[in-house]
Ligand binder design. Structure first.
Ligand SMILES: Nc1ncnc2c1ncn2[C@@H]1O[C@H](COP(=O)(O)OP(=O)(O)OP(=O)(O)O)[C@@H](O)[C@H]1O
Ligand SMILES: [Mg+2]
Length: 339
């Protein structure tokens, strides 16, 4: 009964405008082979066979939006360096509009994974996460004030690297579209920044992040209900979607009505980026006029697709259409532990 709805909804995703504000990152994969132990120290020597650059963090959310036919604008900060150029290049190749402010005092966030024999040997991070300079914040604020209202919806993708701050959140909350209403604000939170997210429309933490925000464990089956209530109390958000990994998701439509949507994933290879896919699909579906429950079910389908793929993958519109048509409607039930 839900399927015809969702199939119709898919046709409406095209061209919907989503602004993403957040921390962009470059994921760098180095694949190699280990044939010996170094004579210099007791560590393996990796001979590099290939390298790959992909987008992580907020940039991956933007790719998910465009992969589903939406029109993403990515607002973020990069350093004045080659990683910044690589990162902008990947966004441009994927037709994402970018407003990436250059900060001379920072380097572009890059995470290098060195992988040999299908095993990660080490991860090397290059990043700065201290406060942005006032000039950089000023440029972000100016863009938001001038162009923010032309988007159907705003995603805040906070990976705690410094883009998401109080002035930025205040500017987003202050937006007013031509109809007098502000674009809806969806937030993928970083626990250390919870106080910044009051009065937003929807928060999409995973279980761990939700638990940290509530100061309570978010353990299935009864944890999500309690944690949800604590988050509403703390943030006064309108709705809440807690993603629960293998348990799927808990959707709160306001604080009194909560449902459990089980995962649709059949094969799980790599859950990296599933949360990015959830918030991207949810936002695009809402921008297309979907009811929140339908948007969440669609996002759950999309997550089920990407967890079956390696790395931070993006779903395709066709893949999502197939999933919606072929998979049985999920048994959506009241969330355990509610009132
Ligand atoms: N192990 C799993 N089995 C089945 N489905 C999963 C699994 N992990 C994730 N999913 C699907 O992906 C969605 C989002 O996953 P999760 O709660 O892990 O988000 P996340 O921790 O924010 O992910 P990430 O930070 O890697 O982007 C879930 O709601 C579910 O639909
Ligand atoms: Mg996440």
């Amino acid at each position: 009964m839900i399927t015809p709805n969702l199939t119709g909804l898919l046709a409406n995703l095209a061209g919907k405008r989503v602004m993403i504000v957040g921390d962009v990152m470059l994921d760098h994969y180095t694949f190699g082979a280990v044939t010996r132990i170094s004579p210099e120290a007791p560590v393996p020597v990796v001979e590099v066979i290939s390298e790959e650059y992909v987008l992580g963090g907020a940039g991956n959310v933007a790719l998910n939006i465009n992969a589903l036919g939406g029109h993403a604008t990515m607002l973020g900060v990069i350093g004045n360096d080659r990683d910044g150029e690589t990162l902008s290049g990947i966004l441009a190749t994927n037709a994402v509009d970018t407003v990436l402010v250059h900060d001379d005092r920072r380097r572009t966030t890059r995470k290098t994974r060195i992988i040999a024999q299908n095993q990660q040997i080490v991860r090397v991070d290059r990043e700065n996460s201290e406060a942005l300079s006032p000039a950089v914040v000023g440029e972000l604020l100016e863009y938001i004030a001038r162009h923010g209202q032309h988007h159907d919806i705003v995603i805040v993708s906070d990976y705690g690297k410094g883009v998401v701050t109080r002035p930025i959140m205040d500017a987003l909350r202050a937006l007013k579209g031509s109809d007098g209403r502000r674009p809806r604000i969806l937030v993928d939170p970083k626990p250390q920044n919870y106080d910044l997210y009051h009065d937003v429309d929807i928060l999409t933490p995973n279980a761990k992040e939700a638990g940290e925000g509530a100061g309570l464990p978010c353990v299935w089956p009864n944890g999500p209900a309690t944690v949800g209530q604590a988050l509403f109390q703390r943030l006064n958000c309108r709705d809440l979607l807690i993603t629960l990994g293998p348990q799927g998701m808990a959707l709160f439509e306001g604080r009194d009505k909560a449902r459990h949507i089980p995962t649709f994933a059949r094969d799980v290879f790599d859950v990296t980026g599933a949360g990015d896919t959830v918030i991207a699909t949810l936002a695009l579906a809402l921008a297309a006029g979907a009811e929140l429950l339908d948007a969440a079910v669609l996002a759950n389908h999309a997550a089920g697709i990407v967890v079956a793929q390696v790395g931070a993958a993006t779903p395709t519109l066709e893949g999502l259409r197939q999933a919606v048509q072929e998979r049985p409607a999920p048994p959506i039930a009241p969330l355990p532990g509610m009132g």
